[in-house]
Design a protein around this ligand. Structure first.
Ligand code: MIG
Length: 727
């Protein structure tokens, strides 16, 4: 039913370019302690809201309601069920109050955003839900929800990049011109609807605003930008040691090995199997000698075992950190350790307690923590009994403390977010001198402050390789630059050609990890014969050579919120053609990639936006705008530098723990530009200014310059005494 209740309104700007629209059934509730919005103070602005339209003098009309003016702006409806546990009704009260707002769809403008979707980037027309789930058998195209929730969309129009963030952690749904072709319908539960409208002149500025609003991405430690090797099924300490040695024997760079659930003792979080992993501290020390770090997976489900000396379960239960049923008994569900208990991470003491558990790992030399199953993913039966239904936490389960006490339905989408926060804050407390690194599967907008993420369980299919760029690019637009997918594909068996095409493209993933499921064909770089190995080695080496550039992009992502991997329209917002090409991407502002994502293809069409483009592999140049068929033999995915680029590259190291011995700037004079390089770990920044015939340094440095002008290439050496070079 639809009620005609009078809703309270409260609209105001929180930043000269961010306007907040707030509707609620009751008087507005106090802010939650976990509210991801960091700008809350009203401020002066030139926005104008007339009850029907939101306008800004610099940008014109930003939003327009799709109803007649004399309608109430938002409609309210009672909803009992959402796609959760079958038969589980929403608790009475605000949880059932659905507010709905209909906006006019801006004709001819593409809509993007909405975070992690396995789908093309363009969102209209379509229906998208925000409700974190672990889809059985991994993700597939067009699923309404995945592991992460980003209730935020983006409209791109000439001279305006507009973002709309629905600040609701409840179940929400965006109908992007699906039900009504000329409307966008936003609905959420919880009896409140708060929208932040972000108006920017271009995509970069919109990303800056979103980071100011929801938090800047955590800067990863340098090693996390190297190559990661993982697999579900590495069974023992010896196997891990041999794996690292094999990488070294074959001279393939490697910084990190991930230990999946196999290392645990009966899948108990914060344990090592005493037989198969008898001495994890020795293992990590041995690996450290080789420049390899260990990351361990941790599941939120704590084995429900209060009597056999498993202190994590006992302590957590005694101190009251786990979720409880309405009758006060512990809430449990099945997961890897069979029957398990689940921390209520919405409570600050529980987060603190969880954070302290990380000592078990750091004491054994573990460098980072990979958190999985935190949608949370729970099951109806033990895994040993065959196929199991997903068994979400009942929506009425109480969570939180004091003023923040609420029902699971309100904080479900934050389960992974809060787990990431607890884990990262724990690591920071334990090792204050190091940058913590957490990798999470589930997340909400704002989680970028705590963790990097991967996109969950994909398949070893060409189709999934092709959807990777749109997926990662969308994450970058939604404030999450530090992302990657399982290289080679998680489920199913990969094969040489697919694997190497995947590796080629993964050189440019902000987070580069090879991972696959238990029982699938091994997919370490040498598993497909010597030729594939040789080319894959070269790709990973290229990743390491690019690290000075990537570290600089990472620093900028952290400081400004700019994505590292991004769609062409991000850098060329005036170019309508760029909106179409989701199979190419920019890697920072100065490199463009055009991967191969089809079997047998040895060339492809490449779109070159305006400017001169320099081929990475040859001396060829192209002047854009242009479409051109470009060769793409195995081992040579199309990569281009843009005119005006100065890309810092280093020597190909086997690990980031080896020193950066040389810095080479690849210069492509054309348009003038100022560049910097951020050199980890000291945060030393070097800046230079490139013009048509000259490069000037504002910081003394010793480096090599490779200057390309047309088809000629000149090499020059600069010493710390020189402040400029002409060519
Ligand atoms: O139920 O830990 O997405 O990366 O290898 C599967 C085993 C649990 C799901 C993760 C995947 C990981 C796997 N996990």
């Amino acid at each position: 039913m639809t009620w005609n209740t009078k809703l309270s309104h409260l609209h105001n700007a929180v930043h000269p370019q961010i306007y907040r629209l707030h509707y609620s059934v009751q008087a507005p509730r106090p802010r939650r302690s976990w509210d991801v919005c960091q700008l809350q103070q009203p401020c002066d602005s030139t926005f104008h809201w007339n009850g029907q339209q939101l306008e800004h003098p610099d940008f014109g009309t930003l939003l327009e309601l799709a109803h007649e003016a004399d309608w109430q702006e938002v409609t309210l409806k009672e909803v009992e069920q959402i796609p959760a546990r079958p038969g589980d009704l929403l608790p009475e009260g605000p949880a059932r109050q659905q507010l709905r707002l209909r906006l006019r769809r801006q004709p001819g403008c593409p809509y993007f955003g909405l975070g992690q979707r396995m789908a093309p980037m363009r969102r209209d027309p379509g229906i998208y839900c925000n409700w974190t789930v672990d889809p059985p058998w991994g993700q597939h195209r067009g699923m309404a929800s995945l592991y992460q929730a980003h209730p935020y969309f983006w409209v791109q129009r000439p001279g305006l990049s507009l973002g709309v963030f629905l600040n609701s952690t409840w179940f929400s749904r965006f109908d992007m011109g699906h039900g009504h072709e000329d409307e966008i319908e936003i609905s959420t539960l919880g009896g409140e609807m708060e929208l932040y409208v972000l108006a920017a002149q271009d995509p970069a500025q919109l990303c800056e605003l979103l980071a100011q609003l929801t938090g800047h991405p955590a800067l990863p430690p340098c090693w996390a930008l190297g190559y990661h090797q993982s697999r579900w099924g590495y069974r023992s300490q010896d196997e891990i040691q041999e794996l690292a040695e094999e990488f070294r024997r074959r001279e393939i760079p490697l910084d990190v090995i991930h230990l999946d659930i196999d290392y645990m003792d009966q899948y108990r979080s914060f344990t090592f199997d005493p037989e198969r992993f008898p001495d994890p501290a020795r293992l990590s020390a041995g690996l450290q000698q080789q420049g390899v770090r260990l990351v361990t997976i941790i599941d939120p489900g704590i084995r429900f075992d209060l009597h056999s000396g498993y202190t994590v379960a006992r302590e957590g239960a005694l101190q009251g950190h786990f979720l409880r049923n309405p009758d006060g008994s512990p809430f449990s569900a099945y997961c890897w350790p069979d029957s398990a208990l689940f921390t209520d991470y919405t409570r600050p003491e529980a987060r603190h307690w969880w954070g302290e558990q990380q000592r078990f790992l750091t004491d054994r030399g573990i460098a980072g923590v990979w958190i999985d199953m935190n949608e949370p993913a729970l099951f109806s039966h033990p895994f040993s009994q065959g196929f199991s239904q997903q068994h979400p936490v009942p929506l009425a389960t109480q969570q939180g403390d004091g003023e923040d006490q609420t029902v699971h339905a309100e904080v479900h989408n934050l389960y992974g977010h809060h787990m990431a926060q607890a884990t990262q804050e724990g690591l920071k407390r334990i090792c204050p001198e190091e940058r913590p690194w957490v990798l999470t599967r589930s997340a909400f907008l704002g989680t970028q402050r705590y963790a990097a993420s991967w996109m969950g369980d994909n398949h070893s299919w060409w189709e999934h390789l092709a959807l990777t760029l749109p997926q990662l690019n969308s994450m970058g637009l939604c404030a999450s630059p530090f992302v990657g997918v399982d290289i080679g594909g998680f489920f199913g068996n990969t094969h040489g050609e697919l694997f190497e095409r995947w590796m080629e493209q993964a050189v440019f993933y902000p987070f580069m990890r090879n991972h696959s499921a238990l029982g699938t064909r091994p997919q370490e770089p040498w598993q497909f014969g010597p030729e594939v190995e040789q080319r894959v080695r070269a790709h990973i080496q290229l990743r390491y050579r690019l690290l000075p550039y990537l570290e600089t992009l990472a620093w900028q992502a952290h400081r400004h919120g700019w994505p590292i991997l991004r769609p062409l329209f991000y850098d060329f917002p005036q170019d309508r053609d760029c909106l179409l090409h989701e199979d190419q991407a920019m890697f920072g502002p100065w490199m463009m990639i055009a991967p191969i994502t089809r079997p047998g293809h040895r060339q492809r069409m490449v779109y070159f936006p305006e400017g001169i483009w320099y081929d990475f592999w040859s001396t060829q140049t192209v002047e854009g705008p242009a479409y051109q068929v470009w060769p793409a033999p195995l081992g040579q995915m199309p990569i281009f530098f843009r005119e005006g680029a100065a890309v810092p590259m280093g020597n190909a190291r086997l690990s980031t723990s080896q020193p950066l011995e040389s810095l080479t700037w690849h210069l492509f004079p054309g348009s003038q530009a100022t560049h910097g390089v951020y050199i980890d770990p000291h945060g030393q920044a070097i800046h230079l200014h490139l013009s048509a015939r000259k490069v000037a340094f504002d910081t003394p440095m010793a480096a090599k310059l490779v200057v390309r002008q047309g088809s000629t290439q000149t090499e020059l050496t600069v010493t710390a005494e020189m402040d400029s070079v002409e060519f």
